[in-house]
Design a protein around this ligand. Structure first.
Ligand SMILES: NC(=O)C1=CN([C@@H]2O[C@H](COP(=O)(O)OP(=O)(O)OC[C@H]3O[C@@H](n4cnc5c(N)ncnc54)[C@H](OP(=O)(O)O)[C@@H]3O)[C@@H](O)[C@H]2O)C=CC1
Ligand SMILES: N[C@@H](CC=O)C(=O)O
Length: 364
């Protein structure tokens, strides 16, 4: 299969290199803003060169962001080309539209790398959902935040310094606010929940609280009380719809999540029949993510199709009945609350006048 890769940054260059070792794939074109010496004349600055090339059956969009990624991906699907992307911004924001376009034009639209980086999480979630009722999903899905929190738990480091290191290692988003503010995790939660529950919730449905205000003092308190702090996504079915939220969470030292080091992710699903399945591995970085992109390409090349259900479950998110205790630090003093609903805790966070406010849910 002849393919084109759009963008040649961390993931695009990783995908290109991994593709060299994959049988049956030829990278015919790479779209980039300027020449790339080692790639020679396969590089183009004109997307039309790719779109109009009938030999190119698949476009791997690795530019990131919403525009022009959206325009490029839509045009590829409309012309019947398959699309693979690690771009969670795009997938979460245009969920219905891009799936509809793919279905209308008989193209495959796959985005395994958009949540879990190198882990075949979405692939297996979708696979499991064919024969099971997925009751809940949860986990660590941001490599940058896990790298920061893991390092802070183990050594006295400055937050800004360790974030800069995560950027240097290629884990962070172009604007790392997306990582530390929890928005990247929120998008991955949207994508995972939509696949799990066959629905189309959006980013606005998922309240988010990030880790940008965590301090060495908070971590010291957690270490002394036997807790590890992780940024988790959570979503599940309820009798009336679903809950879904993202927040720093204190887990006990014995919990699986507690021992997840560096840029790794740990993501779990609980199905009615299968019980709980957990997936672990590198959630960010050039080769893990590049590999995941090329695995999707190979699945399409092999003719593997997931039946994309066109009928949707209309699920509404309500976090009012989802309650647990919280660690809250406000205006310099910290406390452990009694059970608070997620709705109430996130309201407190958004209404606090303390710009350094921090909270973390406590998993019992
Ligand atoms: N890094 C990671 O570990 C992971 C990233 N992702 C996702 O993968 C996507 C790519 O991320 P990443 O590779 O890290 O980002 P990078 O910024 O490293 O790469 C993006 C590349 O696209 C190029 N580019 C931007 N706009 C255009 C354009 N209009 N035409 C041609 N090239 C363009 C950029 O060029 P220039 O540098 O010159 O601006 C850059 O080379 C994002 O959606 C990200 O969220 C998903 C999982 C993991
Ligand atoms: N910035 C993201 C990259 C992968 O999705 C992360 O740190 O997980």
């Amino acid at each position: 299969m002849k393919i084109a890769i759009l963008g040649y940054g961390v993931v695009g260059s990783g995908a290109y290199e991994v593709a060299q070792a994959a049988h049956n794939i030829e990278v015919k074109r790479v779209l980039y803003k300027r020449p790339i010496d080692e790639l020679g004349d396969i590089v183009t600055t004109e997307y039309e060169d790719i779109l109009k090339d009938e030999e190119i059956e698949l476009v791997a969009e690795c530019i990131g962001g919403l525009h022009p990624a959206y325009e490029y991906v839509s045009a590829a699907l409309k012309s019947g080309k398959h699309v693979v992307t690690p771009n969670k911004n795009l997938v979460a924001a245009y969920w219905d539209e891009l799936h509809d376009l793919a279905r209308e034009h008989g193209a495959e639209f796959r985005y395994t790398a958009s949540a879990g980086g190198g882990i075949p999480w979405l692939f297996n979630l979708q696979r499991q959902s064919r024969s099971d009722d997925i009751l809940s999903i949860s986990g660590i899905v941001n490599g940058t935040c896990n790298y920061i929190l893991d390092t802070m738990h183990n050594e006295p480091v400055d937050f800004a310094e360790i974030l800069a290191k995560a950027q240097e290692l290629g884990y962070a988003e172009k604007d790392p606010t997306a990582d530390i503010g929890g928005f990247d995790t929120q998008r991955k939660c949207v994508i995972s929940a939509n696949l799990a529950f066959g629905t189309s919730i959006s980013e606005e449905d998922v309240p988010v609280f990030g880790i940008q205000n965590i301090t060495a003092g908070d971590i010291k308190y957690f270490n002394e009380h036997g807790y590890t702090c992780k940024l988790l996504m959570n979503a599940g079915q309820t009798e009336t719809g679903a809950y879904a939220y993202v927040e720093p969470t204190l887990v006990s030292r014995g919990a699986l999540e507690s021992s997840v080091p560096a840029n790794n992710n740990l993501i779990s699903l609980t199905g009615n029949h299968i019980g709980t399945l957990s997936f672990y591995g590198q959630g960010a970085g050039k080769y893990p993510t590049g590999t995941s992109v090329i695995q999707d390409v190979l699945d399409i090349e092999n003719g593997w199709k997931f039946s994309d259900k066109s009928e949707k479950n209309d699920v509404s998110v309500d976090n009012r009945l989802e309650a647990h205790r919280y660690y809250i630090r406000e205006n310099g003093s910290c406390k452990i609350t009694g059970p608070l609903s997620v709705t109430e805790a996130h309201r407190l966070a958004s209404e606090s006048s303390d710009e350094h406010f921090f909270m973390a849910g406590i998993r019992e």
